[in-house]
Design a binder for this molecule. Structure first.
Ligand SMILES: Nc1ncnc2c1ncn2[C@@H]1O[C@H](COP(=O)(O)OP(=O)(O)OP(=O)(O)O)[C@@H](O)[C@H]1O
Ligand SMILES: [Mg+2]
Length: 464
């Protein structure tokens, strides 16, 4: 069913040909050929038209004329930026309740509490903060004007950028009568406009500082928490600062802490059951009956084993759908999920491995080759070193000393790419270090072989 696909390297295969399982509808065929005719009529004269041009026209047309998507009904439900409605937010009632309580004052025109939210990646911190803040705006008392803005501190990570973005996003020039330029003002000038905007438009604002630990310093938090006290504005400001580093709150400057007086909320990872429910609530992203039974539980199980990350669960499901589409399949199967996961892992790992030095890559490759050729998973450093020497000789790369090689293995362990543990060899004496790849050896091997410097490596080196 799935052969005949021509999946290219980045997975962007476009082959949904007639011979495939999905019969292309008559109308689609017709419109495709009509388009081809029109394109031929109007473009370059026939005698100048190369076959390459035609090929390009056909590829584009094949994609654009695909009106029927047999897999997805509403793919946007699986986009990370999508904010699900309340009835689709799963397993976060307690967090929603607590955050709403901290912000309750805002609805009545009083100061909301400042809140620091921390928790691992994909635990719903951004989602719940946006949801509760927008609910505060919707439920404001009649005479209370509430504003809410979301700032991604990984993008606006300096005080000036943050003050500029906040001032501009809160401002409504029709009401205030002034515009705020994106660039060119001093930090102090942006703050001045921010205070003026807040003063003239709002009684209360809620500001979400997402990825707050990415800010270069604590100055923004300091200014926001002291705005009232310093007489800058009468508008009440509540800050929700989000971080996935638990230690971030502890490291905050004492002065900031004392003026912020934050309440702390921590979000725990989801378990497989919750992840499954999150995905079940989005199954209408797919056409009816397209998802095979085991698909959602498998996505949830994978994401649960990867630290209960809901983003990962959704990503895997979306990728599985894409793979099914690319392979002309009628259904999304468990195999598609497995392949989607491998692809996601590979992408993440590729990024990590691509950044390490060549010597470290050779060391990692040595461990991958040993793992591929053995039932074992763990290997003593000496054995890995011999394999590493073979690789270096084979591709004409300098060989580092065994001592330096041990350091490289430790660095790889620090990056979470390799696991190493000490083992006592018993009466024969000595302690040896056993090394194991954290990721599948096939994946590591493939990624490193993609590096041109390892292209010349003889295959089956480990048998030599
Ligand atoms: N309880 C939930 N119900 C439904 N969807 C959820 C839930 N929690 C998270 N999601 C979805 O999972 C994805 C990740 O969630 P979110 O961005 O809120 O995580 P986060 O904790 O902010 O992660 P990070 O620390 O990486 O920023 C989003 O697409 C979000 O819609
Ligand atoms: Mg987030």
């Amino acid at each position: 069913m799935e052969d005949g696909s021509s999946e290219d390297e980045d997975g962007s295969s476009v082959d949904r040909s007639e011979s495939a399982d999905h019969p292309t509808t008559g109308s689609t065929d017709q419109s495709a050929s009509e388009l081809t005719d029109r394109a031929e009529d109007q473009s370059v004269p026939e005698n100048q038209r190369g076959s390459r041009d035609e090929e390009q026209i056909n590829i584009a047309q094949e994609i654009f004329s695909q009106q029927e998507d047999p897999i997805f009904a509403n793919k946007s439900l699986l986009e990370i930026s999508h904010i699900p409605s309340f009835d689709r937010i799963v397993g976060r009632d307690e967090e929603i309740r607590k955050l709403s309580e901290e912000l309750r004052g805002a609805v009545q025109g009083y100061s909301p509490e400042n809140v620091i939210i921390y928790g691992k990646t994909g635990t719903g911190k951004s989602l719940v903060s946006k949801y509760v803040s927008s609910q505060a705006v919707n439920n404001a008392h009649e005479d209370v004007e509430i504003g809410f803005q979301y700032l991604d501190c990984s993008t606006d990570n300096t005080e000036t950028q943050a003050a500029s973005t906040l001032a501009r996003s809160f401002n409504d020039s029709l009401q205030t009568g002034f515009e705020i330029p994106e660039r060119g003002l001093s930090t102090a000038a942006y703050y001045k406009r921010l205070w003026r905007t807040l003063e003239s438009l709002y009684d209360v604002v809620i500001i979400i500082l997402d990825e707050a630990d990415m800010m270069a310093d604590d100055d923004l938090l300091m200014k926001l928490s002291r705005a009232g006290e310093s007489g800058n504005t009468d508008c009440r400001i509540g800050v929700i600062a989000i971080s996935n580093k638990i230690e971030w709150a502890d490291d905050l400057n004492e002065r900031v802490k004392s003026s912020l007086q934050p309440k702390e909320l921590s979000f725990h990872p989801y378990d497989a059951e919750q992840l499954e429910e999150i995905l079940q609530h989005r199954r209408d992203a797919f056409k009816p009956n397209v998802l095979e039974e085991g698909v959602i539980p498998l996505c949830a199980a994978y994401a649960a084993s990867d630290f209960g990350d809901a983003r990962k669960a959704i990503d895997i499901l979306r990728h599985a759908g894409n793979i099914a589409y690319e392979r002309n399949a009628d259904h999304v199967t468990e195999q598609h999920v497995k392949d989607a996961r491998t692809k996601a892992e590979k992408d993440r790992f590729r990024e990590l491995i691509e950044g390490i030095p060549q010597q470290a890559k050779a060391s990692l490759l040595a461990l991958a080759i040993l793992s591929l050729n053995s039932e074992q998973e763990e290997f003593p450093t000496q054995l890995v070193y011999r394999q590493y020497q073979n690789i270096c000789d084979n591709i004409g790369q300098d060989v580092r000393s065994e001592r330096r090689f041990r350091d490289i293995l430790k660095e790889l362990a620090f990056l979470g790419i390799v696991d190493n543990r000490k083992e006592n060899l018993g009466r024969s004496g000595g302690i040896t270090l056993l090394n194991r790849l954290v990721e599948e050896p096939e994946i590591v091997y493939e990624i490193i072989r993609d590096d041109t410097r390892f292209e010349s490596l003889t295959d089956h080196l480990s048998n030599s």
